[in-house]
Design a protein around this ligand. Sequence first.
Ligand code: NAD
Ligand code: AHE
Ligand code: ZN
Length: 376
Amino acid sequence: TAGKPITCKAAVAWEASKPLSLETVEVAPPKAGEVRVKITWTGLCHTDYYTLSGNDPEGAFPAILGHEGAGIVESVGEGVTEFKEGQSVILLYTAECKQCKFCKSGKTNLCQSIRAYTGRGVMPDETKRFTCKGKELFHFMGTSTFSQYTVVSQYSLVAVDDRAPQEKTCLLGCGITTGYGAATKTAKVEEGSTVAVFGIGCVGLAVLEGAVHSKASRIIAIDLNDEKEAWAKKFGATDFINPSKLPKDKKIVDHLVELTDGGLDYTFDCTGNVKVMRDALEACHKGWGVSTIIGVAAAGQEISTRPFQLVTGRKWQGSAFGGVKGKTDLPGIIEKYMNKQFKIDEYITHHVKLDDINKGFDYMKSGDCIRCVTDM
Ligand code: NAD
Ligand code: AHE
Ligand code: ZN
């Protein structure tokens, strides 16, 4: 098949806020510096739903969404030496080229070599590789994993141990890595510190896991859904609070500050709600508390707080893909998983076949789904 278009099945987002449509698509061969991948498994992340809902300023339609995928290299384009046919790979929505100013800075994982293109849903030569019913489809986050075959830049994937099960490791393409990295790499939670995590989905649970690995002494999980208490405790939270169950005159921030003798050392927003982001910042300890925003808020939403909160020593920061560099760091995380020192299986609550991918989004909204993995 190398060098020729491949015809396969994909879930196409024709327009915002409509269910995905199962279609036969044509996937062009990879051009120079590109790799064509047979996607075997993909997770569904809240961010796919967010873009599909039409709230993402970068959302371009029609498109093939999906960014939490694993697969096998089918063929490589001219000049690609890092990959060869048959390799097991994880796709990287946060690319790593190792050459750009950002990659070389040692200060960030936000490679910018192809970011402008992935944000516009095109390949680095400004063209697209997907066609359906005579129309070209946009790519998404440089990955487009909701297709049985996809084409990505060589910077947007990492080769991993082929003994690692792809139906599990696909989740390292986003949610788990993001939460774990936010705690361990972005915030660098220290032994003995106090942590609060707002929003106990896949990302929030992975923050809990990161806090446990960092030996935090108290880990408070916060969610509006009581069902998340058992999940949070299973992942190492010492406390669970449902803010809607507090007495009317008790605000979550005041409650947390009282519980922790002045506030938390580290807090994390994993909800995408800008009011929660404010609470997370204001629940930080005066003088040193650090709040990390992970959640993605819709276009037009803005965060606010009194500058005095920052003047008095609280810090506000954000984290994308947990500060993790895909090529450099993911093989090590897979090794930990293979050595049973890192959870992945525990996050998987649902499975669907590609044909039923819309059911996966229903599960996501149902409240009892942590991750739904799609068999491609
Ligand atoms: P999810 O929907 O599975 O989990 C969100 C959780 O937040 C749910 O349990 C929900 O009950 C809870 N919640 C909602 N509103 C709340 C509130 N007001 N107070 C307390 N809890 C509340 O989502 P997920 O897949 O875990 O993703 C979480 C967020 O992180 C999303 O916004 C997603 O887009 C974003 N995300 C960001 C990155 C990144 O790199 N920055 C990566 C992955 C996901
Ligand atoms: N297009 C969105 C961007 C939203 C966003 O912040 N995305 C996260 C990843 S979410 C994965 O589930 C991210 O990595 N951001 C850094 C980047 O370079 O996009 C919007 O709202 O504009
Ligand atoms: Zn995601």
